[in-house]
Design a protein around this ligand. Structure first.
Ligand SMILES: [Zn+2]
Length: 549
């Protein structure tokens, strides 16, 4: 055993997340690796005159948290947007007030952007339209992003800038809300994002992304997060911004990148992901800091926007016929999965509703039988409404359920679960326990900025299944609760597994990277109801303290 550790933690409750799920007292670190884990007595053998010793006094120490589905670039960029999430506003009137204030501050003609409105949490219980926004912003284009991140609403000037008029057709997989004369009202759903919105919104510069990435690292370190998977690598400048941060010695996060090589339903070689793929670069390229992950494809609509693809109609559809939307045909998805799988890459299929999940399992299953390969670890991202047969097939296929993430349970709330699916079908929503019991590797995550990236909020959702942060909130099918220990594993080891890095991190074992977090209390002994109040008080990344309360 090495002597002269640099840093040692003693007298704690060290949740190792090792194969035996051991909880021990102490851990020590030399340079960027763990050199001892076990009893105080055992770890003290590595303590030398130079070792800094921290007395945990009974607090919990865990492996650094891993968020395997987070929109890092958006999260960083949106720090400057208006916050219209349900914590910040209660009504469309509040939103209009915020817009009016921003309009008064910025030059005429500049975009006012906002993030995170959730119609079911607004007093008016509807999506804001140009009718609400034009009076406060006649000359500034306004764009507000739905809490799902997939849909938007705009004022009149915003629609004009996007070129959306009465004669603009709905794009494939997208929908434009219109009045009875066909005039667009403001809300633009799902694939409108790809075809209409993104090409016209102001683009971040490499410097914006750099500053956003630096801010994002410090935010995530505050929550004990040491690794994250960027769910949305679309532009080369994103990669450059992260590389610059590393060169500047300011990279405080290990990042995996999910590559997009498709535009809606067709393969697009002329994207950052497409060019990397065509150049022969495959999943795993990079090192323990910056690394390329799976190739990503979106299968259906969103759960929060209530457009995820279902087999049976939405329970709250007045006509009783709406089954959600898909972004491509089964044949197109099959071709995509075969191409990615046969090339030796990992697939990340974003599928949310039961019908979307069916399409993804089907396509991945066909690819794997056409070109058998062990240990592919293809990922099903999100995936919130399952049936028992699908869980069995996903387990047999060896899929990873990259849930990204449990806090969406509370973002969905009653409206997008019981309301949208009906009480019977909602029992099958977010079936974390069943997925784990079936043998799937299931990860945590946040999908930030859709939900806050704090893993304690996600663990709270996993162990309580509350549909709302209020203590007396309704609970969705308590039979699907998982234990705190299982939840910690989802947020650590399972995240590392999803990127083929469990030999490096995700548990506290000798030889692994020294990434860890100290929590404010003993997470295994407090009432699960209290988990969400826990804080990270120290974060260590690569052997260095990157956050200290
Ligand atoms: Zn996402």
């Amino acid at each position: 055993m090495a002597s002269g550790a640099d840093l040692a933690f003693v007298n704690g409750r060290v949740i190792t997340v090792n194969p035996r799920n051991e909880v021990v007292q102490a851990v020590s670190i030399q340079r960027n690796r763990i050199v001892a884990v076990g009893s105080n007595h055992h770890v003290r053998k590595t303590i030398g005159p130079e070792t800094e010793v921290i007395d945990l006094a009974g607090k919990t120490l865990v492996p650094g948290f891993i968020d395997p589905h987070i929109h890092l670039a958006h999260y960083g960029r949106q720090r400057q947007w208006l916050d219209v999430t349900h914590g910040a506003v209660r009504s469309i009137r509040d939103i209009a007030e915020l817009v009016a204030r921003r309009v008064a501050e910025i030059p005429r003609g500049e975009w006012v952007l906002g993030r995170g409105f959730n119609p079911s949490r607004l007093a008016e219980r509807r999506v804001p339209t140009h009718v609400d926004l034009d009076p406060v912003s006649p000359d500034h284009p306004v764009g507000l992003q739905h809490a799902s991140g997939m849909s938007w609403t705009f004022n009149g000037e915003g629609l004009r800038r996007l070129g959306v008029r009465a004669d603009t057709p709905d794009p494939p997989g997208g929908h434009i809300d219109r009045d009875e004369h066909g005039v667009p009202l403001g809300p633009l759903w799902d694939n409108c994002r790809t075809f209409i919105i993104e090409p016209k919104l102001p683009k971040p510069t490499e410097d914006d992304l750099y500053e956003g990435a630096r801010w994002t690292c410090s935010e995530l370190n505050r929550f004990g997060i040491t690794s994250a998977h960027e769910a949305d690598l679309k532009f080369a400048i994103q990669l450059r911004a992260w590389q610059r941060l590393r060169e500047a010695g300011e990279l405080r996060l290990r990042v995996n990148f999910l590559l997009y090589t498709v535009r809606a339903n067709f393969w697009e070689s002329d994207t950052a992901g497409g060019r990397l793929f065509e150049a022969g670069i495959r999943t795993g390229f990079g090192d323990e800091w910056l690394r390329l992950g799976p190739i990503c494809i979106g299968v259906d609509g969103s759960g929060l926007g209530q457009t995820a693809a279902l087999f049976e109609p939405y329970a709250n559809d007045p006509r009783g016929e709406y089954r959600g939307s898909v972004r491509m045909t089964q044949e197109e998805l099959d071709a995509f999965c075969l191409k990615v799988h046969a090339a030796g890459c990992q697939i990340a299929a974003v599928a949310i509703g039961e019908r979307g999940i069916e399409m993804a399992i089907e396509a991945i299953g066909k690819a794997v039988s056409a070109v058998p390969r062990e240990n592919h670890r293809h990922r099903l991202e999100h995936g919130y409404l399952w049936n028992a047969g699908q869980i069995r097939r996903a387990a047999a296929l060896g899929l990873v359920h990259n849930s990204g993430g449990p806090p969406l349970l509370q973002a969905y709330g009653v409206d997008s679960t019981i309301g949208a699916w009906g009480p019977q079908r909602a029992l099958r929503g977010f079936p974390f326990r069943s997925l784990l019991d079936a043998g799937l590797i299931v990860t945590g995550g946040s999908d930030a900025p859709v939900a806050a990236p704090d893993p304690m909020k996600g663990i709270d959702c996993l162990v309580t299944r509350r549909l709302d942060p209020r203590p007396d909130a309704p609970v969705l099918n308590p039979a699907e609760r998982v234990s705190v220990l299982q939840a910690v594993r989802m947020y650590t080891y399972n995240g590392a597994y999803s990127s083929f890095e469990e030999h490096l991190k995700g548990s506290l074992e000798v030889g692994k990277l020294a990434d860890l977090a100290v929590l404010s209390e003993d997470i295994l002994r407090i009432d699960p109801e209290e988990v969400r109040h826990l804080r990270t008080i120290m974060t260590v990344l690569d052997g260095k303290v990157v956050y200290h309360e």
